[in-house]
Design a protein around this ligand. Structure first.
Ligand code: SIN
Ligand code: FE2
Length: 215
């Protein structure tokens, strides 16, 4: 039995993993090829890059952005900007069907009327990871975070309100969407080092799209 068939037969569709956190198994699996097809044009306008942490270390994950606001990290800290510091141009527009899918995922998780204005594009090579952090650079914490996983599998760490709280490990496979908001909006989270593998649509990479209402 192939992994995909196994997933289809065995995965529960929606999994409430916290009071405000829902894992929508395979929510975008059927749209994944179309989502990925929009990437090259976006990344041509705003290339992937490894941003610096405020402490001066290059991040392990390559990032780009689309939407009216883009998330930036450098020596001056974390913030949202209207322009890409690399090119001086505005960030590429959020593809309308990406925005719609993000809204549909939020609604399926219980968050009506989510309209993101920022999408962080993360590309993880094998071995890339993201340390535990909170998403707290957005103006309004009443909107949820919608996080789409494509390509190689990730082990996502879902912590608590404090950095040293115990973490729950979630396996995020191609097509999964994790939504967190409400009382869970500021939970710490991170991604363990990506294990070697190859995916038919993304090769030796995992892509993560994180939709937010930043402004
Ligand atoms: C993030 O927290 O920005 C990324 C999460 C992920 O890659 O799943
Ligand atoms: Fe995050």
């Amino acid at each position: 039995m192939t992994g995909d068939l196994f997933d289809m037969l065995e995965s529960p569709r929606d999994e409430q993993v916290g009071p405000g956190t829902c894992l929508l198994h395979g929510f975008v699996r059927n749209s994944a090829a179309e989502i990925l097809a929009a990437l090259p044009a976006l990344l041509e306008q705003a290339p992937l890059r490894r941003m610096m942490t405020p402490g001066g270390q290059p991040m392990s994950v390559e990032m780009s952005q689309c939407g009216s606001l883009g998330w930036v990290s450098d020596r001056d800290g974390y913030r949202y900007t209207r322009r890409d510091p690399l090119t001086g141009n505005g960030w590429p527009a959020l593809p309308p069907f990406w925005r719609e899918l993000a809204g549909q995922a939020a609604a399926a998780a219980g968050y009506a009327s989510f309209v993101p204005d920022a999408c962080l594009i993360n590309r993880y090579a094998v071995g890339s990871r993201m340390g535990l952090h909170q998403d707290r650079d957005e103006r309004d914490f009443t909107a949820p975070i919608v996080s789409v996983s494509l390509g190689l599998t990730a082990i996502f760490q879902l912590g608590g309100a404090g950095r040293s709280d115990a973490v729950q490990r979630l396996r995020l496979v191609h097509g999964d969407v994790l939504v967190w908001g409400g009382v869970d909006r500021l939970r710490f989270h991170g991604v363990q080092a990506i294990a070697p593998g190859r995916h038919e649509l993304t090769g030796e990479f995992r892509y993560n799209l994180t939709f937010r209402k930043a402004g």
